[in-house]
Design a protein around this ligand. Structure first.
Ligand SMILES: CC(C)(COP(=O)(O)OP(=O)(O)OC[C@H]1O[C@@H](n2cnc3c(N)ncnc32)[C@H](O)[C@@H]1OP(=O)(O)O)[C@@H](O)C(=O)NCCC(=O)NCCSC(=O)CC(=O)O
Length: 399
């Protein structure tokens, strides 16, 4: 690829790129578990104390996770009333489907209400809804329930993304960008709501890392392209270009599967390495596509960073990276030779909430725009999930 200057540029892009106009996040209010007592709690509430070696391993993993606390919808009282949620001998899918049908859209509603309030226009102006969750188990799907809870118009155009896992948030944002840019006046609500109750179970050797990583949360973003309407706030982030890449022959590495006992996660030990090895090419593709896109008449060419050869150009950007796990962030940091503070927002979200799958990237965006120091003009978003799929997006923070 042509290596241009990595300097930033001023002015508005010529094309009407979609932009984020409101961002909201929410967590269940019920249970906040400090990570240093998580293993102890989990083994106690699931009657698993007869497995001390596994408990010790979970404790070791929790210590290395980079997580300090996580929010959960499931309370000890609910577990006591529903032993099927941790006793693998008992069928539990019905219970999980019933619980998620209500809880998942309600959590999304909390996040969406904040995003809509910040956006500044009436809820009736939402034209499209894109909902992503790994807890979609019935139809009509959770997007309809959310539309009803929010009082969206019956003509709202709904799309449900199911089991995309941790790249669901990136996919939903990317789809919303296309909808907003190709439908004049469209205002797209993205909602990602993730709850571990669909995969919660007694610890066994197979799912031990998932127990240490995942938490519950929802994120929502209102997206639109100009011209902007009365009352709409200034764009928070412009979404300049987006790419999706599947790393060949890595289907085995990361996955989810619905069984009688809920959703099982599979996380291969190689995931952080695979993401690290492939992420830079995805970024180069995303920036190349941003430059091509800008040839349409844009006045503000995006930077053209070049591969990590020590020139530090990736450090000219701000970074919204899905914190899939601490070693994933460490590997990205290393491969791109980023200054440590570049991934501070991702590490903060991992520390405070854990990995909330598809919703996590919205928390990172929210954390970034709340930061004390001004952001560079250009930035990159990265999210990963089963496939292994990498979503990359070039962002611009308007001046
Ligand atoms: C589990 C960790 C906190 C461990 O930290 P470290 O790797 O630094 O520490 P370590 O090498 O000493 O490993 C500690 C113990 O964890 C074990 N271990 C590590 N990774 C494992 C894995 N994937 N499966 C099973 N065991 C694993 C090691 O063998 C070791 O066991 P012992 O102590 O017995 O020797 C980390 O590797 C991590 O966060 N991994 C998850 C990364 C990941 O896959 N994220 C994607 C999430 S999914 C996602 O974001 C997308 C989606 O779901 O869609």
């Amino acid at each position: 690829m042509a290596m241009g200057s990595c300097g930033t540029s001023g002015g508005m892009a010529g094309r009407r790129h979609a932009a984020m106009l409101g961002i909201g996040t929410a967590n269940p209010t019920g249970v906040l578990v400090p990570q240093d007592v998580f293993a102890e709690n989990l083994f106690r509430v699931t009657n698993s104390d007869h497995l001390p070696e596994l408990k010790e391993k979970l404790r070791r993993i929790c210590e290395k996770s980079g997580i300090e606390r996580r929010h959960f919808h499931l309370t000890e009282e609910t577990l006591a009333a529903h032993p099927e949620l941790f006793d693998r001998e008992l069928p539990s899918l019905d219970t999980r489907v019933d619980m998620t049908a209500d809880a998942v859209p309600k959590l999304a509603q909390c996040a969406a209400a904040k995003a809509i309030a910040e956006w500044g226009r009436p809820t009736a102006d939402i034209t499209h809804l894109v909902f992503s969750t790994y807890s979609a188990c019935q139809a009509p799907t959770a997007d309809l329930r959310l539309a009803t809870l929010l009082g969206l118009r019956p003509t709202v155009s709904r799309t449900m993304l199911s089991l995309h896992g941790c790249y669901g948030g990136g996919r939903a944002l990317s789809l919303a960008k296309e909808l907003a840019e190709n439908n004049r006046g469209a205002r797209v609500l993205v909602a990602c709501s993730e709850m571990t109750l669909v995969c919660f179970g007694a610890p066994d050797g197979g799912n031990i890392v998932g127990h240490a990583l995942f938490g519950d949360g929802a994120g929502a973003v209102v997206i639109g392209a100009g011209p902007f309407l009365d009352g709409e706030r200034r764009p928070i982030f412009e979404m300049v270009s987006a790419t999706q890449t599947t790393i060949p022959r890595t289907e085995h590495a990361l996955g989810m599967r619905v069984s009688g006992g809920g959703v099982d996660f599979h996380l291969a030990i190689q995931v952080p390495t695979l993401v690290g090895q492939n992420v830079e090419q995805c970024l180069l593709d995303a920036f190349r596509s941003a430059i091509v896109d800008d040839d349409d008449g844009g006045a503000a060419p995006p930077p053209s960073p070049c591969s990590g050869n020590g020139n530090g150009r990736w450090n000219d950007l701000f970074w919204a990276v899905h914190p899939g796990g601490r070693p994933i962030l460490d590997n990205i940091n290393k491969v791109l030779m980023l200054e440590p503070e570049k991934l501070a927002a991702s590490r903060h979200v991992l520390r405070e909430y854990g990995n909330m799958s598809g919703a996590t990237i919205v928390f990172v965006l929210d954390e970034l725009r709340r930061g004390r120091s001004p952001l560079p003009e250009w930035g990159a978003l990265l999210a990963f999930g089963p496939g292994i799929t990498i979503e990359a997006m070039v962002l611009r923070c308007p001046r």
